[in-house]
Every structure is written in structure tokens, then in C-alpha cells.
Design a protein around this ligand. Structure first.
Ligand code: MF3
Ligand code: CO
Ligand code: CO
Length: 273
């Protein structure tokens, strides 16, 4: 018996082009994951454990008829990655409480109607130091400058070119060990979106391409190490790292961001409740 609804497309090595139905699917998935990260804004405060935040994410995803893309992914067991301070990405939720001054990236990927929404933002715990705030601000600017490059005829390297330029001007480094990625019905599809790329390099951007842009910027050196848990990526020099991620689609004349915050809480650390 062949039920095509259960078949996932294969990775072909080519960058997939999606149609109007794909845009509709990604809009719904992107909006839901953005609502999930909005929901967390008032929850991130001193004393709260990252395990508790992960539970809130898991419940939100289930309550909205979606599933977590990360639970069961290569043995990962949580609905979010929560990366504190010098953790670059793939931080595992734990029983350790947040403390005043921490900075946290919360990254959630969910699936609804077969489409993936992948999105992360930086949250400040109480009052954060100026240099941490500056890192979060510049990382957000780098993400948005990368996305501003996207339109048909431009190339993938233009995204990384703009990101690296902003990092360099601010004397920060761009992590090279992790990339953005194509997504849609697949979580990680072609191509790799390299954040440290040069302008005018890489494949051409075409309408219907879906991918993430998710730059990680460090206050110190770019070098990463993986902790013995096999997941947690940290800066080798243990200086602070920040990341923001959007899921986007290339349109006929520009770009559509699928993961825009309905509440306008793009940068949670700036929100005054
Ligand atoms: N959401 C991450 C990304 O942006 C991937 C996390 S995979 C996990 O691609 F297994 F660590 F959750
Ligand atoms: Co991603
Ligand atoms: Co992600």
C-alpha cells in the first residue's frame, strides 16, 4: 500500500522550489512557533529552570495540534534547545535555575500539517550587562541585515557577507561550525546557509526557496567545542555567544519572513512587561 501523505521528499542535493501551498504551510508553521516564543517572554526570569521552559514549549506545541521536530531527532529528547551565556547552540534543558544577568537563546522547531517552523530569539534574565545586551543587539541586526539581502538574483553568499560585515565592524566573530539550512517538509534540507560567507558567492536565490538564517555571534573567538553530552556547543574561550533564527521564503521580488512575532517581541530582552 502506498500512502503518499506519509512519504517525505528525499534530499536530492538540489535546492527545492516550493509553490503557493508551501508558502501557506510555512506561514502557519512560522506563525505558531513565533507565538510559542512570544508565550515564553514573561516566563523567562530568575529562578525558573530551563526544564520548566521546555515543558511550557512542549505543552504549547501539543495544545496547538503541532508536534515537536526535535523530540526524537537524532536521539534529542526535548522540545527546545536553551543555550545560556557561553553556550553557542543545542543547549539541553536542565534543572538548573536561571539567574539574574543570564542571556538565553531559546530555539524551537515544530511541525504542523507537515511543515516545519524553526525559530529562535535571545532572552535576557532580569537585568543583563551592557556587553551582553550589545552582543544580542548586534546579532539581531546581523540576522536582519542577512535577510535584507534576500531576493531573486542575489546569491546565498550575500546573506553571509552582510552578517560577517556587521560582526567585523563590531569586533565580534561569526561561528563557522553551524549553518542555516533549507527546510519545509524536511527539517534540514539543502542548502547549508553559511553565515560567514563572502558576497557574490554560492547558489543563486530563486522564488520558492525556503531556508533558515540563524547566525551565531561571539564576543571572543569563533571557535566552538562540543561538551561530552554530545550536544552542547560552547565557545572554546567561554566568552558569550548569541543567536537569532528566522525561517524565510524567497518571493518573486524579495523575501517573506515566516516567523515574525505577532506581538512585535522580536527582541525579548527589550520588552517591558
Ligand atoms: N533548531 C535547531 C536548528 O536551528 C536544530 C536543533 S536539533 C536538536 O536547526 F536536536 F538539537 F534539537
Ligand atoms: Co535551524
Ligand atoms: Co532552530
Amino acid at each position: 500500500m502506498t500512502d503518499t501523505s506519509l512519504l517525505l521528499p528525499m534530499r536530492t542535493g538540489e535546492i527545492r522550489i516550493h509553490d503557493a501551498e508551501g508558502f501557506e504551510g510555512m506561514r502557519k508553521a512560522g506563525r505558531l512557533v513565533a507565538e510559542c516564543l512570544d508565550m515564553l517572554v514573561p516566563e523567562v526570569k530568575p529562578g525558573v529552570t530551563t526544564e520548566h521552559l521546555d515543558t511550557l514549549v512542549r505543552e504549547f506545541v501539543m495544545d496547538h495540534g503541532a508536534t515537536s521536530a526535535t523530540i526524537g531527532y537524532r536521539g534529542y529528547r526535548h522540545a527546545s534547545c536553551i543555550s545560556l551565556n557561553h553556550v553557542i547552540c543545542h543547549g539541553i534543558p536542565s534543572a538548573k535555575p536561571l539567574k539574574e544577568g543570564d542571556i538565553a537563546n531559546i530555539d524551537v522547531t515544530l511541525i504542523i500539517d507537515g511543515w516545519h517552523g524553526d525559530h529562535s530569539r535571545m532572552y535576557g534574565v532580569g537585568n543583563v550587562k551592557r556587553k551582553a545586551e550589545r552582543l544580542m543587539d548586534i546579532t539581531y541586526d546581523a540576522l536582519m541585515a542577512g535577510i535584507a539581502q534576500i531576493r531573486p538574483g542575489k546569491r546565498f553568499g550575500d546573506i553571509g557577507g552582510a552578517i560577517s560585515e556587521i560582526a567585523r565592524l563590531n569586533r565580534m566573530s561569526v561561528v563557522e561550525d553551524f549553518c542555516g539550512h533549507g527546510l519545509g517538509r524536511l527539517f534540514h534540507d539543502e542548502p547549508n546557509v553559511v553565515h560567514s560567507a563572502d558576497y557574490n558567492t554560492g547558489p543563486e536565490l530563486k522564488p520558492g526557496m525556503f531556508f533558515t538564517v540563524e547566525p551565531m555571534l561571539n564576543l571572543g573567538r569563533k571557535d566552538a567545542a562540543i561538551l561530552p553530552d554530545g550536544w552542547t556547543a560552547v565557545t572554546r574561550d567561554r566568552q558569550l555567544s548569541a543567536q537569532y533564527e528566522h525561517s524565510v521564503g524567497v518571493t518573486e521580488d524579495g523575501v517573506e519572513i515566516f516567523t515574525t512575532s505577532p506581538k512585535g517581541w522580536h527582541q525579548p530582552h527589550k520588552v517591558q512587561l
